[in-house]
Design a protein. Structure first.
Length: 202
Protein backbone atom coordinates (compact mmCIF):
# COMPACT_ATOMS: atom_id res chain seq x y z
CA UNK A 1 0.00 0.00 0.00
CA UNK A 2 2.81 2.42 0.93
CA UNK A 3 5.93 3.37 -1.00
CA UNK A 4 9.06 2.24 0.84
CA UNK A 5 10.65 5.70 0.62
CA UNK A 6 7.54 7.60 1.77
CA UNK A 7 6.48 8.71 5.24
CA UNK A 8 2.85 7.94 6.14
CA UNK A 9 1.11 10.74 8.03
CA UNK A 10 -1.90 9.55 10.10
CA UNK A 11 -5.43 10.81 9.57
CA UNK A 12 -6.54 13.03 12.46
CA UNK A 13 -10.14 13.12 11.22
CA UNK A 14 -12.89 13.72 11.99
CA UNK A 15 -14.05 10.49 10.36
CA UNK A 16 -17.77 11.16 10.37
CA UNK A 17 -19.23 14.50 9.34
CA UNK A 18 -17.68 17.65 10.79
CA UNK A 19 -16.71 16.02 14.11
CA UNK A 20 -19.15 18.03 16.24
CA UNK A 21 -21.64 15.13 16.00
CA UNK A 22 -19.29 12.75 17.82
CA UNK A 23 -18.60 15.33 20.53
CA UNK A 24 -22.30 16.00 21.09
CA UNK A 25 -23.30 12.34 21.36
CA UNK A 26 -20.49 11.65 23.86
CA UNK A 27 -21.57 14.63 25.97
CA UNK A 28 -25.20 13.48 25.79
CA UNK A 29 -24.16 9.96 26.81
CA UNK A 30 -22.16 11.15 29.83
CA UNK A 31 -24.79 13.63 31.01
CA UNK A 32 -27.62 11.12 30.47
CA UNK A 33 -25.90 8.40 32.49
CA UNK A 34 -25.03 10.81 35.33
CA UNK A 35 -28.61 12.11 35.53
CA UNK A 36 -30.06 8.62 35.16
CA UNK A 37 -28.06 7.08 37.99
CA UNK A 38 -28.71 10.12 40.21
CA UNK A 39 -32.49 9.59 39.99
CA UNK A 40 -32.36 5.79 39.95
CA UNK A 41 -33.41 5.45 43.61
CA UNK A 42 -36.33 7.84 43.40
CA UNK A 43 -37.77 6.91 39.99
CA UNK A 44 -36.17 3.88 38.26
CA UNK A 45 -38.52 4.07 35.27
CA UNK A 46 -37.56 7.60 34.32
CA UNK A 47 -33.91 6.86 35.11
CA UNK A 48 -33.76 3.96 32.65
CA UNK A 49 -35.59 6.02 30.03
CA UNK A 50 -33.00 8.81 30.38
CA UNK A 51 -30.12 6.32 30.17
CA UNK A 52 -31.63 4.60 27.12
CA UNK A 53 -32.39 7.92 25.41
CA UNK A 54 -28.82 9.15 25.88
CA UNK A 55 -27.30 5.84 24.78
CA UNK A 56 -29.26 5.46 21.52
CA UNK A 57 -27.59 8.35 19.59
CA UNK A 58 -24.12 7.13 20.65
CA UNK A 59 -24.99 3.61 19.50
CA UNK A 60 -26.17 4.90 16.09
CA UNK A 61 -23.00 6.98 15.61
CA UNK A 62 -20.90 4.00 16.72
CA UNK A 63 -22.58 1.78 14.11
CA UNK A 64 -21.97 4.41 11.40
CA UNK A 65 -18.29 4.66 12.37
CA UNK A 66 -17.95 0.88 12.42
CA UNK A 67 -19.52 0.64 8.96
CA UNK A 68 -17.27 3.41 7.68
CA UNK A 69 -14.08 1.73 8.94
CA UNK A 70 -15.13 -1.66 7.56
CA UNK A 71 -15.70 -0.18 4.11
CA UNK A 72 -12.83 2.29 3.76
CA UNK A 73 -10.52 1.69 6.74
CA UNK A 74 -7.94 4.21 7.87
CA UNK A 75 -6.43 6.80 5.55
CA UNK A 76 -2.81 7.92 5.31
CA UNK A 77 -1.06 10.75 3.51
CA UNK A 78 2.24 9.75 1.91
CA UNK A 79 4.98 12.36 1.70
CA UNK A 80 8.59 11.95 0.64
CA UNK A 81 10.10 14.02 3.43
CA UNK A 82 9.03 15.92 6.53
CA UNK A 83 9.28 18.64 7.69
CA UNK A 84 9.02 20.65 4.49
CA UNK A 85 10.31 24.24 4.24
CA UNK A 86 8.30 27.36 3.47
CA UNK A 87 8.06 27.77 -0.30
CA UNK A 88 8.17 23.99 -0.83
CA UNK A 89 6.43 22.56 -3.89
CA UNK A 90 5.77 18.86 -4.30
CA UNK A 91 3.14 16.16 -4.27
CA UNK A 92 1.59 14.05 -1.55
CA UNK A 93 -0.54 10.94 -2.01
CA UNK A 94 -3.79 10.16 -0.17
CA UNK A 95 -4.37 6.41 0.18
CA UNK A 96 -7.30 4.52 1.66
CA UNK A 97 -8.68 0.96 1.33
CA UNK A 98 -11.97 0.41 -0.49
CA UNK A 99 -14.04 -2.61 0.52
CA UNK A 100 -17.57 -3.93 0.19
CA UNK A 101 -18.51 -1.92 -2.87
CA UNK A 102 -17.57 1.48 -1.42
CA UNK A 103 -16.62 3.99 -4.13
CA UNK A 104 -15.69 7.66 -4.15
CA UNK A 105 -18.14 10.04 -5.80
CA UNK A 106 -16.20 13.27 -5.24
CA UNK A 107 -13.29 14.63 -3.23
CA UNK A 108 -12.33 18.15 -2.19
CA UNK A 109 -8.93 19.09 -0.75
CA UNK A 110 -7.63 22.27 0.91
CA UNK A 111 -4.36 23.50 2.35
CA UNK A 112 -4.95 25.38 5.60
CA UNK A 113 -2.81 27.09 8.21
CA UNK A 114 -4.40 27.71 11.62
CA UNK A 115 -3.18 29.95 14.41
CA UNK A 116 -4.39 29.07 17.89
CA UNK A 117 -3.71 31.47 20.79
CA UNK A 118 -4.57 30.96 24.48
CA UNK A 119 -4.22 33.62 27.17
CA UNK A 120 -4.90 33.65 30.90
CA UNK A 121 -6.02 31.03 33.39
CA UNK A 122 -9.32 30.03 34.96
CA UNK A 123 -12.13 32.56 34.49
CA UNK A 124 -9.71 34.87 32.67
CA UNK A 125 -8.88 32.20 30.10
CA UNK A 126 -9.44 33.25 26.49
CA UNK A 127 -8.53 31.58 23.24
CA UNK A 128 -8.63 32.50 19.56
CA UNK A 129 -8.43 30.29 16.52
CA UNK A 130 -7.96 31.79 13.06
CA UNK A 131 -7.34 30.29 9.64
CA UNK A 132 -4.56 32.43 8.15
CA UNK A 133 -4.10 30.40 4.93
CA UNK A 134 -6.90 28.59 3.11
CA UNK A 135 -6.25 27.42 -0.45
CA UNK A 136 -8.07 24.84 -2.60
CA UNK A 137 -5.95 21.98 -3.91
CA UNK A 138 -6.35 20.09 -7.16
CA UNK A 139 -6.59 16.32 -6.89
CA UNK A 140 -5.62 13.65 -9.38
CA UNK A 141 -7.26 10.30 -8.64
CA UNK A 142 -6.32 7.00 -10.25
CA UNK A 143 -9.12 4.41 -10.68
CA UNK A 144 -8.43 1.42 -8.40
CA UNK A 145 -10.81 -1.32 -7.29
CA UNK A 146 -9.49 -2.06 -3.79
CA UNK A 147 -7.73 1.17 -2.93
CA UNK A 148 -8.35 4.88 -3.21
CA UNK A 149 -5.14 6.62 -4.32
CA UNK A 150 -5.18 10.39 -4.92
CA UNK A 151 -2.17 12.52 -5.88
CA UNK A 152 -2.29 16.09 -4.55
CA UNK A 153 0.17 18.78 -5.73
CA UNK A 154 0.99 21.22 -2.90
CA UNK A 155 2.87 24.49 -2.69
CA UNK A 156 3.54 25.99 0.74
CA UNK A 157 3.51 29.82 0.46
CA UNK A 158 7.01 31.22 1.00
CA UNK A 159 5.60 34.11 3.05
CA UNK A 160 3.50 31.90 5.31
CA UNK A 161 4.38 31.16 8.94
CA UNK A 162 6.21 27.95 9.79
CA UNK A 163 4.83 25.36 12.22
CA UNK A 164 5.21 26.57 15.78
CA UNK A 165 4.07 25.49 19.25
CA UNK A 166 4.42 26.90 22.75
CA UNK A 167 2.18 26.63 25.81
CA UNK A 168 -0.13 29.41 24.58
CA UNK A 169 0.45 29.70 20.84
CA UNK A 170 0.32 27.15 18.03
CA UNK A 171 0.62 27.44 14.27
CA UNK A 172 -0.47 24.27 12.48
CA UNK A 173 -0.55 23.44 8.77
CA UNK A 174 -3.18 20.97 7.55
CA UNK A 175 -4.11 19.10 4.41
CA UNK A 176 -7.87 18.58 4.75
CA UNK A 177 -10.06 16.43 2.52
CA UNK A 178 -13.80 15.95 2.27
CA UNK A 179 -14.99 12.77 0.56
CA UNK A 180 -18.46 12.04 -0.75
CA UNK A 181 -18.83 8.25 -0.80
CA UNK A 182 -21.22 5.71 -2.28
CA UNK A 183 -21.87 2.54 -0.28
CA UNK A 184 -20.80 4.04 3.08
CA UNK A 185 -21.10 7.31 5.03
CA UNK A 186 -19.29 10.40 3.79
CA UNK A 187 -16.07 11.21 5.62
CA UNK A 188 -13.35 13.81 6.15
CA UNK A 189 -9.59 13.56 6.65
CA UNK A 190 -7.07 15.93 8.24
CA UNK A 191 -3.30 15.56 8.05
CA UNK A 192 -0.87 17.71 10.02
CA UNK A 193 2.07 19.02 7.97
CA UNK A 194 5.28 20.06 9.69
CA UNK A 195 6.52 23.21 7.93
CA UNK A 196 10.02 24.47 8.71
CA UNK A 197 11.39 27.97 8.13
CA UNK A 198 12.71 28.57 4.64
CA UNK A 199 16.35 27.71 4.02
CA UNK A 200 18.35 30.85 3.25
CA UNK A 201 21.29 30.25 0.92
CA UNK A 202 24.41 32.34 1.54
Amino acid sequence: MFDAESIALPDEGPLLGKGILQVLVVLLLVIGWIVGFNIMRTDPGIAWAVIAGSTLPAAIVGLLLSRLLRRIGRANLLIKDTPVPLGWSGTVTYVRPLRGGATMQSIEARLQCEEHVEKGKGKHHKEWRQVVVDEPLSVQSAPMLEQLRVTIPIRIPAAGPSSFQTDDNRIVWWVRLRLKMEGCPNTRSSFRLEVAPAVVSK
